[in-house]
Design a protein around this ligand. Structure first.
Ligand SMILES: [Zn+2]
Length: 290
């Protein structure tokens, strides 16, 4: 049995090419168990989570990246998020069955995949990628080819037990060894989904690159984590405005919010909500101590 939930970075020093292999196992199963979507939809989410986990590493930011598709198709929402702290969360929402042979575009009935990068205090960056291609890998490849990214290739695979991805990227710099890049791409093209999903990283790298000089860095653990909290939920309620909240309270007596990502439940009654508004309203006069 392979060790679950790890991400490895590696480097081909002579070619100035870096790589990563991520395996999401227990963290992914946590998401699968909570979802009601069909396997087809879940496997897309698994691939998106593997991709997000690889992408966040290449950005060298403190923050998160999310991949999101919204549309009117049977799968009307997919959102995969990975953070620089090696955590993932994601949801996929489905309201009717997917027919055999449906293209990605018609599964989602959407035009685009939206990539959002949150790097701390800075304004989030959004990239929009047309939903053209027969796989998530092909769509993300368009993103790499169209944006001013370093030449990058990725391979994704998902099952209901694991989601995995492999990424190769040229390092920044003037001179590049085109032969080296092409040779490594050709070697990597031979990878099978089962190998990505089942092999230990060391076995996988040996299988693909045993004739190459490669430096492997220590692994880091991946985990499921959700950024929701009672405070954030309270802030969200506050943003709805006092009038709206009072009318929901008058109707239902209390407000219950369930987090879509982790199933955490937050409950607020009239007393809690009275505090939400009085606290928040007194905030501007409170000196902030950061
Ligand atoms: Zn949550």
């Amino acid at each position: 049995m392979k060790q679950p939930d790890l991400v490895y970075r590696f480097l081909f020093e002579e070619e100035d090419i870096r790589g990563q292999h991520v395996s999401l196992d227990n963290s992914w199963q946590r998401i699968v168990q909570q979802s009601e979507a069909e396997p087809t939809a879940l496997l897309l989410l698994g691939q998106a989570l593997a991709a997000a986990s690889l992408l966040v590493e290449t950005l060298k930011i403190e923050g998160s990246i999310s991949l999101q598709i919204r549309g009117d198709g049977p799968v009307h929402l997919l959102m995969a998020e990975a953070t620089s702290r090696h955590s993932i969360r994601g949801i996929v929402r489905q309201n009717r069955s997917i027919e055999a042979g449906q293209s990605l575009e018609s599964i989602f009935s959407a035009n685009a995949l939206v990539i959002t990068i949150n790097a701390g205090e800075k304004k989030p960056y959004q990239g929009i990628v047309p939903l053209q291609g027969d796989s998530l890998t092909a769509i993300l490849q368009t993103y790499f080819d169209q944006s001013e990214q370093l030449p990058t290739r990725l391979w994704l695979a998902a099952s209901l037990e694991s989601a995995s991805g492999l990424l190769l990227q040229q390092m920044p710099g003037e001179e590049h060894d085109a032969d080296g890049w092409n040779r490594l791409l050709m070697l990597t093209e031979t990878v099978a989904d089962e190998e990505l999903l089942q092999l230990e990283t060391t076995q996988l790298l040996h299988r693909l690159y045993h004739q190459e000089k490669l430096r492997l860095f220590p692994a880091e653990s991946m985990s499921f984590a959700c950024s929701c909290s009672r405070q954030r939920t309270q802030d969200m309620l506050h943003s709805l405005g006092e009038a709206e909240i009072k009318s929901i309270l008058a109707e239902q007596g209390e407000i219950k919010i369930t987090c879509e990502f982790c199933d955490a439940r937050y409950q607020f009654d009239a007393v809690d909500l009275g505090e939400v508004f009085s606290e928040a309203d007194s905030q501007p006069s409170t000196p902030s101590l950061h």
